[in-house]
Design a protein. Structure first.
Length: 143
């Protein structure tokens, strides 16, 4: 298979459902919370999905908060849009923040959507200049 999602080891029996598109014309695959997480007012909380993604080398998985959570509850991704690169083979964990006060994300709640996309590089791009990815947030180096 070229692209998709896998349930991580340790989460196989936790009731996680692989992401799906809800309609024939939906672009995004709904990602669910793998655990209950209490999101505090204006503080970043990390929501595990129990998933990792795989894709072709010229693709990226873009992660967006579901619009209903943003509009009704003021919940958003702390980084605006999540970017999951093809060489990221670790747990997809979502950094969320609430602007309307405390909010509880319940296990199984659909909180974000992932959209696989092709991307372009500049002429003369040198692939593999940096070190191999080794970690999660900020794993490709300092700011």
């Amino acid at each position: 298979m070229d692209r998709g999602f896998e349930i991580l080891k340790g989460y196989e029996n936790s009731g996680i459902i692989l992401p799906t598109r809800k309609t024939a014309l939906s672009a995004g695959y709904d990602l669910q919370a793998a655990e209950n997480v209490l999101v505090s007012n204006k503080k970043i909380s990390l929501v595990p999905t129990g998933l990792k993604a795989f894709m072709l080398s010229d693709e990226v998985l873009m992660i967006y908060i579901r619009s209903g959570l943003a509009v009704k509850y003021g919940v958003t991704l702390a980084n605006g849009v999540g970017v999951i690169d093809a060489d990221y083979q670790d747990h997809i964990i979502l950094p969320v923040v609430s602007f309307f006060g405390e909010f509880e994300i319940k296990k199984g709640m659909r909180i974000a959507q992932g959209i696989f996309q092709k991307y372009l590089t500049v002429d003369g791009d040198k692939i593999g200049i940096g070190a191999a990815r080794a970690g999660r947030f900020g794993s490709t180096g300092e700011f």
